[in-house]
Design a protein around this ligand. Structure first.
Ligand SMILES: *[C@@H]1O[C@H](CO)[C@@H](O)[C@H](O)[C@H]1NC(C)=O
Ligand SMILES: *[C@@H]1O[C@H](CO)[C@@H](O)[C@H](O)[C@H]1NC(C)=O
Ligand SMILES: *[C@@H]1O[C@H](CO)[C@@H](O)[C@H](O)[C@H]1NC(C)=O
Ligand SMILES: *[C@@H]1O[C@H](CO)[C@@H](O)[C@H](O)[C@H]1NC(C)=O
Ligand SMILES: *[C@@H]1O[C@H](CO)[C@@H](O)[C@H](O)[C@H]1NC(C)=O
Ligand SMILES: *[C@@H]1O[C@H](CO)[C@@H](O)[C@H](O)[C@H]1NC(C)=O
Length: 669
């Protein structure tokens, strides 16, 4: 079809596509067809009829013919146009001016970087970055292999290693430095004695020889080595080194396991000491103590057996006679010249002879001699005898065999020349006369009984008495004569005032009323009796009798305790003076002075009161008597009325004549 485009009308279509940046690699372009509505002309065909000659009789040889003819027409049509079209490439979508890749699954921990492609954040993986890295991977998409070792965790993001306890280093490939442990190797090991410390747990791994939580203890006795698991092999009380197990042997033992006693000749710690034993003595391998061979003794076996003994521990007695020497080892006798026999008892010469050929007679006193030397003729005396001829007894102080033994008798005792037995001097007893006679005995063998009396001591020798002070006489039965005292009654008594004197020490026993060492002092005032120890018991007295204690009453007092005044009419010392007061006056017991009865006066109360006064001490004035015979009565002070008057003052006239009162006679003073 032949279109003749006469006019194109473009309708505005998608304007948006035009804003995408063509430079954006994610913008794709394509040709896009689009339809535009146009007014188009076209050759519009139509059927054109015309006539031609033809053989067609019927139509007169005219035939109708058709031909297609065209005319220009216009119509409204759609025209497809093409244009470059920008749009996001497939898999992208527009977002503003940009083309953004589209991930159908949203990238959870990541970014969509291309269609359906997530770029994960480090530590995340999976198509949509939703799964965390496994422990062996890290980084974006968990695409990096973790390098961490020894169980370390790997940071899924950075890949940095988070070491497990006990490790360090970039990749946790190193153990903690010795002495540290734990997370980050931050903890100090507590282990001791060179122990290593488990870097992970801090547990102490003890060096051989140590144990305990901190390896602070040595292996317990009997074990050693690693974990203290090795058994100690040391015998005989040896202790093993806690590390090496090497045995430290106790004294006397040696060898690797202390099983061997010290070699002969050594002893002690490390068998380092030399045995001190002489003469073949064996030494104890532990203590070094010597076990002597026969014939020797002493702590180092340095001494031969003492003379006369032999054998093991010198416990056997030699039996060699006549000067024969006994072997300390075997006890066999080596005889002096002139003797023979196993015990050297056999004289080579007959009895009584000696010398070469046994021709010389022996010079010895036959009774006192044991033997005569067959060669030299020297005499061996019986015990208790001495001298060339054995006719001299032992010198004083010696006795026995050869007079060699010193006497043991004491205190002047005699010693028997043969036996050495003691004959004690008087006053002593006992085997060696060392015991003085017991008190009360004396004489030889202390067999006599003393007869001293009154504490006298008797001489253990002869029984004579030494009297105690105050006694005399052969057997101390006589007391000292009066006036003497002391040893042998040699002192004179010095006691005064009839005091007795102690025969023992001369002390005075004062009689009552006296005092002082020699009883020369009277009792002090107020005391009396023995030792002046009693107090006078008197009321009104000048002390008491120093002997009897009788009170010495003051004047005017009487009674045993001087507590009664003198009886009426008596006064003075011992109330021995009679009173001389008259007219009923009483006298003072002390000085006899008179106290007059009322109405009287004067030293002896012999006068009445002066007129006008009456009563006690004549001290009261009479009342004014009006019609009276005179002043008032000297005793009673009563007015004596004249006849015809009455009343206390005699001033009333009587009705009747009252008889005249006889006046009281006036006593002459
Ligand atoms: C024994 O030997 C050991 C080791 O040689 C030493 O340490 C120790 O001092 C010795 N002891 C004595 C008493 O010699
Ligand atoms: C002992 O005997 C000798 C010789 O017989 C003699 O000379 C001497 O006087 C005597 N001695 C005594 C103390 O008898
Ligand atoms: C002393 O005692 C001894 C032994 O008891 C005896 O033999 C001796 O005759 C006594 N001597 C006197 C003097 O009594
Ligand atoms: C004791 O008195 C007597 C006789 O008066 C006198 O001879 C003697 O010497 C006196 N003795 C003493 C020790 O004073
Ligand atoms: C007297 O005194 C002496 C010495 O002070 C004492 O030993 C004695 O017993 C006394 N006698 C009396 C009766 O108090
Ligand atoms: C008092 O009486 C006593 C005993 O009768 C006598 O010893 C004493 O000398 C008398 N005193 C006077 C001062 O007469």
């Amino acid at each position: 079809m032949a279109l003749s485009m006469t006019q194109i009308i473009v309708f505005s279509l998608l304007q948006a596509a035009l804003t995408l940046n063509p430079e954006d690699p994610n913008v794709c372009s394509h040709w896009e067809s689009y339809a535009v509505t146009v007014q188009e002309s076209y050759a519009h065909p139509f059927d054109q009829i015309y006539y031609t000659r033809c053989t067609d009789i019927l139509n007169w040889f005219k035939c109708t013919r058709h031909r297609i003819s065209y005319k220009t027409a216009y119509r409204r049509g759609l025209r497809t146009m093409y244009r470059r079209r920008s749009q996001c490439c497939p898999g992208y979508y527009e977002n503003g001016d940009f083309c953004i890749p589209l991930c159908t699954e949203e990238c959870v921990h990541g970014r969509c970087v291309s269609p359906d492609t997530c770029h994960c954040e480090p530590g995340w993986g999976g198509p949509d970055c939703s799964s965390g890295c496994d422990s062996d991977h890290w980084g974006p998409h968990c695409s990096n292999r973790c390098q961490c070792q020894n169980g370390a965790l790997c940071n899924p993001i950075t890949g940095a290693c988070v070491c497990a306890a006990g490790f360090r280093g970039w990749r946790c490939e190193e153990l903690c430095a010795p002495g540290t442990h734990g997370k980050g190797c931050q903890l100090q090991c507590q282990c001791r004695h060179g122990a290593s410390c488990d870097p992970r747990t801090g547990e102490c791994l003890c060096a051989p020889g140590y144990t305990g939580v901190y390896c602070e203890e040595l292996c317990p006795p009997g074990s050693h080595g690693a974990h203290c698991e090795l058994r100690c092999p040391c015998q005989n009380g040896g202790t093993c080194h806690h590390i090496t197990g090497e045995c430290a042997c106790p004294p006397g033992w040696t060898g690797a396991v202390c099983a061997q006693p010290c070699p002969p000749g050594t002893f002690g710690q490390n068998c380092s000491q030399d045995c001190p034993c002489h003469h073949g003595g064996q030494c104890d391998h532990v203590t070094g103590q010597c076990h002597c061979t026969a014939g020797y003794m002493g702590d180092r076996c340095q001494e031969e057996c003492p003379f006369g003994t032999f054998g093991f521990q010198c416990s056997q007695r030699c039996d060699c006679h006549n000067g024969g020497q006994c072997s300390p080892t075997t006890g066999t006798c080596e005889c002096e010249p002139g003797y023979k026999g196993p015990r050297c008892q056999e004289r080579l010469c007959p009895e009584g002879l000696h010398g070469p050929g046994c021709t010389l007679p022996c010079p010895c006193d036959a009774d006192n001699t044991i033997s005569c030397h067959p060669v030299t003729g020297a005499c061996t005396c019986q015990p208790g005898w001495s001298g060339h001829h054995c006719n001299e007894s032992c010198p004083a102080g010696y006795y026995g065999d050869g007079c060699q033994l010193p006497c043991t008798c004491q205190n002047g005792a005699d010693c028997h020349s043969i036996t050495g037995g003691c004959t004690c001097a008087p006053g002593f007893m006992g085997e060696v006369c060392a015991v003085p006679c017991a008190a009360g005995t004396y004489g030889p063998n202390c067999s006599s009984v003393c007869s001293c009396n009154n504490g006298g001591t008797c001489s253990p020798v002869d029984g004579s008495c030494t009297c105690k002070e105050g006694w005399q006489g052969l057997d101390c039965t006589l007391p000292c004569p009066s006036g003497t005292w002391g040893l042998n009654c040699n002192e004179n008594c010095t006691c005064a005032n009839a005091a007795a004197c102690s025969p023992t020490d001369g002390s005075c026993s004062c009689t009552p009323g006296w005092l002082g060492d020699t009883c020369e002092l009277p009792c002090p005032d107020g005391t009396f009796g023995l030792n002046c120890s009693e107090r006078c018991d008197c009321s009104h007295a000048d002390g008491c009798d120093p002997v009897t204690g009788h009170c010495c009453c003051l004047a005017g007092w009487t009674g045993i305790r001087c507590d009664s005044t003198c009886p009426p009419g008596r006064w003075g010392p011992n109330c021995s003076v009679s009173c001389s007061c008259e007219n009923g006056g009483s006298c003072s017991p002390e000085d006899g002075s008179c106290e007059c009865a009322p109405g009287f006066r004067g030293p002896l109360c012999q006068r009445i009161c002066p007129p006008g006064l009456y009563g006690y001490s004549c001290a009261q004035p009479c009342p004014l008597c009006v019609h009276s015979s005179g002043p008032c009565h000297h005793v009673s002070g009563i007015c004596e009325c004249l006849p015809g008057f009455s009343g206390a003052l005699c001033n009333q006239a009587s009705k009747w004549q009252k008889p005249v009162l006889t006046p009281t006679p006036i006593l002459k003073g």
